[in-house]
Ligand binder design. Structure first.
Ligand SMILES: Cc1cc2nc3c(=O)[nH]c(=O)nc-3n(C[C@H](O)[C@H](O)[C@H](O)COP(=O)(O)OP(=O)(O)OC[C@H]3O[C@@H](n4cnc5c(N)ncnc54)[C@H](O)[C@@H]3O)c2cc1C
Length: 372
């Protein structure tokens, strides 16, 4: 970067999901001339169909756990800065049944590890939980329920809207609804973005934050970003007077409030259905899910599933974020990760630091070059 830092640098951000919008906001705030290019609408990708649980639970090794935790804190800063209300940092309940079944494998060992690393976790009896979170019911074989304090969830669409609005109104960013179909430039330096509309955009650099489509964009410049894709479904209940306040991670089910009295429900079974799967409220998997949900939250008895959501999950080949410059060409920078809702706030700050300082220490282990 020049002595002027990012001031005046023309940056195209491909993708208006949680990651692209956090980056666009922080880059434009740092002085860059940012153009966000989104083929559908902001939040239309994975971010709008995510469970959006903010967590560092079971995330190893310690550096990666720390990065997730840092990002949860930075989500609070981001919300305060933008004067928003999309974030709920009320913690999450975790418990297993007598067989040890939980959404997170080996719950007691994970809790021990997190406590050793300094997480704030309290153990409650089911009766004590009942007084704090009356929505939840537990089977007779549950003796201990953990409240992990530094967790929560957020409404991604509201965050995305606020990030883009502030980036546009205060820092002059532009948002184009178009599809990136080509990237090129002379002598191995990408300086032009080709759009499906026929328009061309001259840029100093491109940030690829296209979620599951990131590998396709890398292919446009002959590069390889190793990602695995999978699909997950959630059920959303009709609005009901269910007093669930926190994320609940039980033996076979994960649930959280979804606004307006709705509850978002996922089970291991429906969260890992394949690409071609199509489920409706009447599908056997969803009927089973609804029955499990009623055992966990008796107030849901008789409350119908109102809608299904399907999300396309992207997981880098080794499970960790891929953030940094293309290894073959100049001008192309990638930001793709699983847990992108949790990590988006920190990535916005870290990418700016990376570009300004010539290399963020935190991001050093997440470079695309590790796959060379
Ligand atoms: C079922 C499920 C549950 C999840 N649960 C959690 C969770 O609890 N907590 C958590 O932190 N994470 C969770 N995740 C992961 C998280 O949702 C994603 O990591 C995050 O949403 C990715 O955000 P993103 O901005 O990188 O991508 P996206 O939100 O997918 O955004 C990419 C955007 O790029 C656009 N685009 C693509 N190609 C082009 C192109 N050629 N030109 C222009 N625009 C383009 C797309 O339209 C899209 O809007 C979950 C994911 C799934 C599928």
């Amino acid at each position: 970067m020049s002595d002027r830092g990012l001031a005046g640098t023309a940056i195209a951000v491909i993708g208006a999901g949680a990651v692209g919008c956090a980056l666009a906001y922080r880059l434009s705030q740092a002085g860059a001339r940012v153009t966000v290019i989104e083929t559908a609408y902001p939040g239309a990708g994975t971010s709008g169909n995510s469970f959006a649980w903010l967590n560092a639970f079971g995330k190893e090794p310690r550096d990666y756990w720390r990065l997730n935790l840092r990002s949860i804190r930075e989500h609070q800063d981001l919300q305060d800065e933008l004067n928003g209300s999309w974030l709920v940092r009320s913690g999450a309940w975790h418990w297993a049944d007598a067989d040890g079944a939980n959404y997170t494998p080996n719950l007691p060992a994970t809790v021990r590890q997190l406590l050793a690393w300094g997480s704030r976790i309290d153990a409650y009896s089911p009766a004590e939980v009942k007084a704090i979170e009356p929505a939840l019911a537990f089977g007779p074989d549950v003796s201990e329920v953990f409240l992990v304090h530094n967790e929560g969830w957020l409404q991604a669409a509201l965050m995305i809207q606020a990030l883009l609005t502030r980036a546009k109104e205060q820092y002059g960013a532009e948002v184009l609804r178009d599809e990136v179909i080509g990237l090129d430039g002379p002598n191995g330096v990408v300086d032009t973005v080709h759009l499906a509309s026929g328009a061309r955009l001259g840029v100093d650099m491109v940030v690829v934050a296209a979620g599951p489509r990131t590998a396709d964009i890398a292919t446009l410049v002959g590069s390889h970003i190793p990602l695995e894709l999978s699909y997950g479904f959630f059920a959303v209940t009709a609005p009901a007077p269910t007093p669930l306040r926190r994320v609940a991670v039980g033996p076979r089910l994960i649930a959280r409030p979804d606004g307006g009295g709705r509850v978002l429900l996922g089970s291991e079974e429906v969260l890992s259905l394949g690409r071609g799967a199509s489920v409706t409220a009447d599908s056997p998997e969803i009927v089973r899910l609804a029955a499990q949900a009623q055992n966990m939250m008796p107030d849901l008895a008789g409350v119908p599933v109102e809608a299904m959501r399907k999300g396309e999950r992207v997981v880098p080949a080794d499970g960790y974020p891929i953030v940094g410059w293309d290894t073959r060409l100049d001008g192309v920078y990638y930001a793709v990760t699983h847990s992108g809702i949790t990590l988006s706030a920190a990535l916005g700050n870290l990418v700016v630091e990376d570009l300004l300082s010539g290399g963020s220490d935190v991001l050093a282990q997440y470079r695309p070059s590790r796959f060379n």
